[in-house]
Design a binder for this molecule. Structure first.
Ligand SMILES: [Zn+2]
Ligand SMILES: [Zn+2]
Length: 694
């Protein structure tokens, strides 16, 4: 009951209050930004979320926080800061009226790049912005209180006696009426100029559109009725209401989906005659007998999106041109009408190419601004796409370590081109792009690599393909475990039937799967090795033992055996077995051992103790030695055999538990990885045997 009371007591926002025209002028005097045009509003909306700058590949980048998806609808854009920056620069120029507002913004990118997500986010952003104080905007409402005479009601196009108001279908800004009375010579001074004189803000109020045909018509009829007394009209019949932008209800947002060419109909874009109302008003050209329900009209003051814009029938491309170039549209039986909306189309490069030779396209070309939206070429960003979609909390199956990494790695490798640099392979290039310094290459080289292939990211595998296969792997896992093995199987298997890539692309994709498999081998081999080594103590013990022997060797002394207390000769076999692991030859061993002693001495001077990790090379050698020892005692290669002795079984279980506890494996993928790495070792041993027989 308390909850119910609480809900009932919630404040009603005054968003839905009907204002008089005078009240609206009051709002404008205080907040002239409510009259911004669609470009300015969209730009300010994105900027309201903040931004940050950073440098990558030798270029300054800007990250706009808005595209991180503040609404948590799973549409965050990753790795496309450069594209978004281009888009925002265009939008800014349009907002300032530098010419971009006359262009169609064409997002060009391969299938499954984030073109739609970008537009979806912008739409959501506008919806939300219109609900906030800083983003509010207002529309015209024609009003006639009960009992008003029929002439007026008919002038306003009221269809029945119960109507009290009718909202402008194109969400005309009421301020446009001030433009009308001035341009029609009803008043001699420009009311907008007077208004601006009283505004103490950098923002100058403008009327971006002439009132729509319906508002224009209503005003003219009432003007006759009131014999030119325009103040009466404004006072009695013009009201103002806040617009809450909505994609669902088609308020200030329009969308056109491609269909078969013969199904396309101009009325979908520019509205249609309402034949029932024609019977009432007598003429098809009467604005009261017209439904302003075309996408262009619905999108007024917001965003108009053309999905796969270039698949549009040629006849409509002219409409599109006129809409962007002149900010006006022509509807059947009616004159031109002004519109104020951001027109965004998207397309993929093949569709763009198809139209390139088309004459109309030539006209279209310099009236569009192309914004490239490629695939991601940075591993960390590509990983985020799948981490967003496949979060462990939302999936019943266990997601094994490296699963997402492997998918993202493959994807990126298919997006980038092999480097021209001698001695650099494609994996190294991928790592450099990802911001990892390599032994022979610093990140400086990235700038050059990018310049070699400026078109990178327009071919290769679509994230959508990977998402499909990932989902398959999840389903096939039957709530158990999705791991790199099962995923790579799906990826490879699906490639045979993948229809939207060319044969050469398919070959490259196959080849890159092989590259990923080798990288993956390397990764899990390291990981299993780490897990077998287990705790740090073993390595420190081996280190102490090694140092004892080296000390004795360099001083020509004997070593006191820690167990028997007897003095022994330094253990040459032990020392060599460590040193060989990092390729220290018999000739170099004296130098090396002296170097280690000097290192110990230098540390001692500073009061520090020498540990295994004090010397990187020694640390590596010790780890390898230890691993070799352990591997022999537990016979990792025997993992692939079905019968194991008890001791091996126990040791394997220890390693498996470590994989589960420390590395995030589950029982299934831990077993899988151990078996797989066991196989790798078995093959290696086989190779060794084969070589030693020759
Ligand atoms: Zn209107
Ligand atoms: Zn697992």
């Amino acid at each position: 009951m308390e909850l119910l009371q609480k809900i009932r007591n919630m404040d009603t926002k005054d968003k839905f209050k009907l204002l008089t025209f005078d009240q609206y002028l009051g709002v404008i005097l205080k907040n002239p930004e409510v009259t911004r045009n669609s470009f300015q509003r969209l730009h300010d909306m994105v900027m309201s979320y903040g931004q940050s700058e950073y440098s990558r590949y030798g270029k300054k980048h800007v990250h706009y926080n808005f595209f991180d998806d503040p609404f948590s609808v799973g549409k965050a854009i990753f790795g496309l800061d450069w594209s978004i920056m281009t888009f925002m620069n265009v939008l800014k120029s349009a907002a300032l009226g530098y010419g971009q507002e006359k262009r169609i913004l064409l997002l060009v990118g391969p299938v499954g790049s984030s073109k739609s997500s970008m537009v979806d986010l912008l739409k959501l952003g506008l919806e939300d912005y219109s609900k906030r104080d800083e983003g509010r905007l207002y529309g015209t409402v024609w009003y006639a209180e009960k009992g008003t005479n029929d002439v007026v009601r008919r002038s306003l196009g009221f269809l029945n006696e119960f109507d009290e108001e009718v909202e402008c279908e194109m969400h005309c800004d009421p301020i446009n009426l001030l433009r009308l009375i001035y341009e029609e010579g009803i008043v001699s001074d420009d009311p907008l100029r007077e208004l601006n004189k009283n505004i103490h803000s950098d923002y100058r109020v403008r009327s971006w559109c002439y009132p729509c045909p319906k508002c224009d018509d209503s005003f003219s009829r009432l003007l006759k009725h009131y014999r030119g007394n325009w103040q009466e009209i404004i006072r009695n019949h013009v009201r103002v209401r806040r617009i809450i932008i909505s994609d669902k209800r088609r308020v200030c947002i329009g969308t056109l989906q491609p269909k078969h060419e013969k199904d396309q109909d101009a009325t979908e874009l520019t509205g249609d005659v309402n034949y029932r109302a024609v019977a009432e008003y007598g003429r098809e050209s009467d604005p009261r007998a017209f439904n302003f329900e075309g996408e262009f009209q619905k999108a007024n003051r917001g965003i108009m999106e053309f999905i796969e814009g270039l698949k549009l029938d040629v006849a409509f491309l002219y409409d599109l041109l006129e809409a962007s170039q002149a900010h006006r549209i022509k509807a059947r039986k009616l004159g031109h009408m002004d519109i104020d909306e951001v027109i965004i189309a998207h397309t993929n490069p093949p569709d763009l190419k198809k139209l390139e030779k088309n004459e109309l396209m030539l006209a279209l070309k310099d009236r569009t601004t192309q914004i490239p939206v490629p695939y991601v070429i940075r591993l960390e960003d590509e990983k985020k796409i799948y981490e967003r979609d496949y979060r462990q909390e939302t999936i019943k199956s266990h997601i094994a370590p490296h699963t997402i990494e492997v998918a993202a790695m493959w994807s990126v490798l298919t997006h980038i081109e092999p480097p021209k640099e001698a001695g650099m392979d494609i994996v190294q290039k991928m790592k450099l792009y990802n911001g990892q310094e390599l032994e022979n290459w610093s990140l400086e080289v990235c700038k050059k690599l990018r310049e070699e292939h400026p078109d990178e990211g327009f071919t290769g595998i679509s994230p959508r393909y990977i998402q499909d296969k990932f989902s398959n792997a999840v389903i096939n896992s039957e709530h158990r475990c999705v791991n790199p093995f099962t995923l790579m199987y799906e990826l490879r298997d699906g490639l045979k039937l993948h229809s939207s890539i060319s044969t050469t692309e398919r070959e490259k994709c196959m080849e890159m799967l092989g590259v990923v498999e080798r990288e993956f081998d390397e990764m899990i081999r390291e990981e299993v090795q780490e897990a077998i080594l287990g705790d740090e103590q073993a390595i420190q013990k081996l280190c102490a033992n090694y140092i004892d022997n080296v000390k004795a060797f360099t001083r020509g002394e004997k070593v006191t055996n820690r167990f028997t207390g007897k003095d022994d000769e330094p253990d040459e076999r032990l020392m060599r077995s460590v040193e060989e692991k990092v390729d220290i030859t018999e000739n170099k061993k004296d130098d090396w051992r002296r170097e280690i002693m000097n290192h110990i001495g230098a540390l001692a001077m500073e009061g520090e103790k020498f540990r295994a990790e004090s010397n990187e090379k020694l640390h590596k050698a010790l780890r390898r030695k230890l691993f070799e020892d352990q591997k022999d005692t537990m016979k990792l290669s025997s993992l692939v055999e079905t019968v194991k002795d008890e001791d091996t079984e126990r040791k394997i279980n220890e390693v498996k538990n470590r994989l589960i506890k420390t590395y995030g494996y589950c029982d299934e993928c831990a077993t899988g990885v151990l078996t797989y790495v066991g196989g790798l070792f078995a093959r290696q041993e086989e190779e060794h045997r084969r070589l030693s027989t020759y």
